[in-house]
Write a protein that binds this ligand. Structure first.
Ligand SMILES: [Zn+2]
Length: 252
């Protein structure tokens, strides 16, 4: 399966391969030629392509890949009108069977209204694209803060050892913002240092463990007393606190 998530890996993208061997999933933008080169190098035949949402940086190059591989293209039924032609339109709760693995489709609106994620329980992999990202979350282009919060809340409640395969690697920039929201969070301080070190060594910081996201990602931490105190929102709902963090990030 090829998931269109862009990993934007700084260094050697081969670093990320072991995480996906179980599923034989390549996580990459469909940079047509690059994806084709990786498939050729691995001698993998492509069977499924998962489109998580309609944005150009996630669907461009699809035709180039399909010209070589006859893969099934899967995407959200709700977004069929603006996605490339789908072979299978899915809704929340649908099961994707990829080889021996079964993935559950989740509806995760917020970044766009038709954004889906897929969670593979046995492989402990979540493909969250531009909804939940390493130390961040996607911008609210279409959905409301309330919708995005519900999406993030559903994803943060998956098992803690789930690997979060997000759509972009913005971890370093996200860490700079996160530390302004929760500067005394020791896990976050350590993660920022680790991220800087990884960056200097050309190592990827995506995918990341959900347990680490829960401990450090400000968008998953509206209950944090430190964050609530800093934002002066002691009694606000989680969705309201999330909305304020998102607003601050937008102008950061
Ligand atoms: Zn997007």
């Amino acid at each position: 399966m090829l998931c269109e998530h862009g990993l934007n890996l700084k260094g050697d993208s081969a670093n990320a391969v072991p995480y996906y061997q179980k599923l034989r999933v390549r996580v990459t933008h469909i940079w047509g030629n690059r994806s084709l080169a990786i498939l050729k190098e691995k001698a993998w035949s492509l069977t499924h392509i998962l489109l998580t949402h309609h944005h150009d940086d996630h669907v461009a190059g699809l035709a180039d890949v399909l010209a070589v591989h006859r893969a099934q293209v899967i995407g959200a039924a709700a977004d069929q009108h603006r996605l490339p032609s789908l072979n299978r339109a899915v809704v929340a709760g649908d099961t994707l069977v990829i080889g021996s693995q079964r993935g559950r489709v989740m509806d995760v609106p917020g970044h766009t209204v038709g954004h889906i994620a897929v969670y593979f329980e046995a492989a402990k992999l979540l493909f969250s694209a531009d909804s939940l990202m390493a130390l961040g979350c996607g911008r609210l282009f279409e959905g409301t803060a309330e919708q995005m919060w519900q999406s993030l809340d559903a994803m943060r409640n998956l098992p803690a050892d789930t690997l979060v395969c997000s759509g972009h690697e913005y971890t370093l920039a996200n860490a700079k913002f996160a530390i302004t929201i929760e500067p005394q969070n020791t896990d976050l301080i350590k993660r920022q240092a680790d991220t800087i070190a990884a960056n200097q060594q050309g190592k990827p910081t995506v995918p990341s463990r959900l347990s680490l996201e829960r401990a450090t990602n400000p968008f998953l931490r509206p209950e944090s007393p430190e964050i609530r105190e800093r934002l002066q929102m002691p009694g606000a709902s989680n969705a309201k606190v999330f909305a304020e963090i998102r607003r601050l990030k937008d102008k950061f």
